[in-house]
Design a protein around this ligand. Structure first.
Ligand code: GLN
Length: 305
């Protein structure tokens, strides 16, 4: 398996796209880093390339925090605040449903900021809520994850767009807390540091119905995973979600630091890292690697067994 993964990296080495530069700290990343990892449901992780390279989870945190909100508040309460329709818009768009005023889905920023507010027991402190997020992400990964304080500070200083989104949901009465504090905490969530092994273990936990296959810890109930995977499949790759579902066919989520995480239910978790992004904000080489893995290993959700 490691030889095969090296071969895939070699075949997808050619790069294009641009580093994310709206968070200054991300623009200083080494753009040439390239890594892939795959975790089977018997808990084995295989990796190749710059697999020890660490980066911030960014939007890949969104499906996991959605999962925690579902587990903590139940499906109805979460659906009341955030919908499940693909927006067809870029990740930072003001995408609210006309009839309900809800953010369209939890995979775009406006929905993810709202989702963060639903984690933890009602009435818990901001610190307790963030600890639930950090320890929840850690349980998916199977090791204790921490925040990159430099990226956090950098993004906090350039959060006008996300603040605008949070004030928008506040004006619709969807959140009742201080939008500025909520954006700060969402930004902290995005600044959690991972590597491709962590992401593929996190993906494998989703693919395995919520049981981390490496640690044996039950992180989620199967119904939560089903809901999260369904929303990832339709909304995870932003306005490229339809192309992705037809060409790769794996529920997935990308992040602006260059990570992609994909979870094929009952089969495998996988992750890639390459910082240059395409026009949709998805890692250029990551998309090609996932296309290749899907084709080679027959991982497309819609193909016959
Ligand atoms: N932290 C980023 C933001 O909120 C996450 C975006 C992303 O990874 N696409 O703007």
């Amino acid at each position: 398996m490691p030889d095969y993964l090296e071969e895939v990296l070699g075949a997808c080495a050619e790069d294009d796209g641009e580093l994310a530069d709206y968070i200054p700290e991300l623009a200083s990343a080494d753009p040439d880093r390239l890594a892939v990892a795959l975790t089977t449901l018997d808990g084995e992780t295989y990796a190749a390339g710059d697999a020890d390279e660490r980066f911030t989870v960014q939007s890949i945190s969104k499906p996991f925090v959605y999962a925690l909100a579902l587990a903590d508040r139940g499906l109805d309460a979460v659906l009341e605040a955030v919908g499940t329709e693909p927006s067809g818009d870029p990740f930072n768009e003001i995408s609210l449903e006309d009839h309900s005023g809800r953010p369209r889905n939890p995979m775009i920023n406006i929905g993810a900021i709202t989702t963060h507010s639903l984690v933890g027991t009602p009435g818990c402190t901001v610190e307790e809520r963030f600890e639930r997020v950090r320890s929840g992400l850690s349980a998916f990964a199977g090791r204790e994850l921490e925040v990159d304080e430099r990226v956090f500070a950098s993004e906090r200083a350039h959060a006008d767009r996300n603040l605008a989104l949070a004030y928008m949901v506040s004006s619709r009465g969807i959140i009742s807390e201080d939008p500025a504090v909520l954006v700060q905490e969402y930004t902290r969530q995005c600044s959690v540091v991972v590597d491709v092994r962590d992401l593929s273990a996190m993906a494998a936990t989703l693919a395995n119905g919520g049981l981390n296959p490496a640690t044996g810890v039950r992180v989620l109930e199967p119904w939560v995973c089903r809901q999260v995977l369904a929303v990832m499949a339709t909304c995870g790759m932003y306005d490229a979600a339809g192309d992705w579902l037809s060409s790769v066919g794996i529920p997935a989520k990308s992040g602006v630091a260059g990570g992609i995480m994909g979870a094929l239910p009952g089969q495998v978790g996988l992750a890639t890292f390459s910082p240059r992004l395409d026009g949709f904000g998805n890692s250029s080489r990551g998309v090609r690697i996932c296309e290749r893995l899907s084709r080679d290993m027959g991982l497309h959700l819609m193909s016959l067994p």
